[in-house]
Design a protein around this ligand. Structure first.
Ligand code: TRP
Length: 327
């Protein structure tokens, strides 16, 4: 199993945690798990070098604070494992220009960069993602629904390589996390929680008072009674999902508990749960960040193990294509 997260923020937010990272922790228990901090993906849009360096370390510290265990799983930074870039080039040469042009995430992100300004790296981003997955022979890739198209491309590229050059790559199954909560923006509950909209985003390293205030200010509706109705009452449904996610209780139970109550108690409980989760998480993250030598050691060890796992597959790939095997 392999998954990845971009180091594009100083803090993970509640949507990252309930949507994906919580499952990383669970899945490492019964899978051979590889978890990548994908900094090569992060440079597909302009980023200041010091900011990137800081966010890579912050991502590592936060994953450790969430209990991703670097002994049980292989936790590594993508740029330290050159096999990713080596494989990506070969896969780029098998990807059609039109095929890459159909990726909806590229269309969205390049529109944000302004027409003509998006990098070629942003264009080939999904091919690098395919390389990430294929060189580990991952058969399961836990990702959110938004990554479905990239997973389909990965499968197509694996099959194409295998047909053209002989059986080399495992064709991965999309492992779309259905159980994962989809956490919405508190100010705009029909949109996904995102760091690009700070008032509606619960950044886990934020001050507890700020987190509580954001929950208390969450947009609800004028219905006035608690019910789980994501269409008519998306803000209330989101608060119920957050409570369900953090307590582990089914959303139906949580909804029943608030039957007949107004929105005040719902927000109070959501705020308390968010703070109770975020506060110890932030303390633990800061402790880990205070020992940079230990973080370096964990990154270097993870990279060594990732290289050991992927070097033979990249050698096989190069051999089959007629390239010389990297030394
Ligand atoms: N594109 C993924 C995202 O935005 C991040 C990612 C990069 C990834 N490489 C990956 C996810 C490999 C899973 C497997 O979430």
């Amino acid at each position: 199993m392999l998954s990845g997260i971009q180091p594009t923020a100083d803090s993970f937010h509640l949507g990252n945690y309930l949507g994906a990272l919580r499952q990383w922790v669970r899945l490492q228990e019964d899978h051979e798990a590889f978890y990548a901090i994908v900094d090569l993906h992060a440079i597909t849009v302009p980023v200041d070098p010091e900011v990137l360096r800081r966010r890579t370390r912050a991502s590592l510290a936060q994953l450790l604070a969430l209990d991703v265990d670097p002994e049980r799983s292989v936790l590594f930074v993508q740029s330290q494992v050159p096999e990713h870039a080596q494989a990506a080039w070969v896969l780029q040469c098998l990807t059609g220009f039109g095929e890459a042009s159909r990726m909806t995430q590229f269309k969205d992100k390049s529109a944000k960069e302004g027409s003509g300004n998006a990098s070629v790296g942003l264009f080939t981003y999904p091919v690098l993602q395919a390389a990430d997955i294929l060189i580990y022979s991952a058969d399961k890739v836990p990702v959110g629904e938004d990554q479905r198209q990239h997973l389909e491309l990965t499968r197509d590229l694996a099959q194409r390589f295998n047909n053209r050059f002989g059986d080399t790559f495992t064709v991965p199954e999309p492992f779309i996390l259905k159980s994962a909560a989809r956490v919405a923006d508190l100010q705009n509950p029909t949109a996904k929680m995102s760091k690009s909209s700070p008032p509606g985003c619960l950044e886990l390293l934020d001050d507890p008072a700020v987190l509580a205030k954001k929950v208390k200010r969450a947009v609800t509706d004028s219905v006035g009674a608690v019910a789980y109705d994501p269409i008519e009452q998306p803000g209330v449904a989101n608060l119920l999902e957050i409570i369900a996610g953090l307590t582990g209780d089914p959303v139906t139970d949580v909804t029943a508990r608030f039957a007949g109550s107004g929105y005040g108690p719902l927000k109070t409980e959501a705020a308390e749960l968010v703070v109770a989760f975020a506060q110890p998480f932030a303390v633990r993250t800061r402790e880990l960040l205070a020992d940079p030598a230990e973080l370096d050691r964990i990154m270097d060890r993870g990279a060594e193990r990732a290289r050991e796992a992927t070097r033979p597959k990249v050698a096989e790939m190069y051999e089959r294509v007629g390239l010389r095997i990297p030394l």
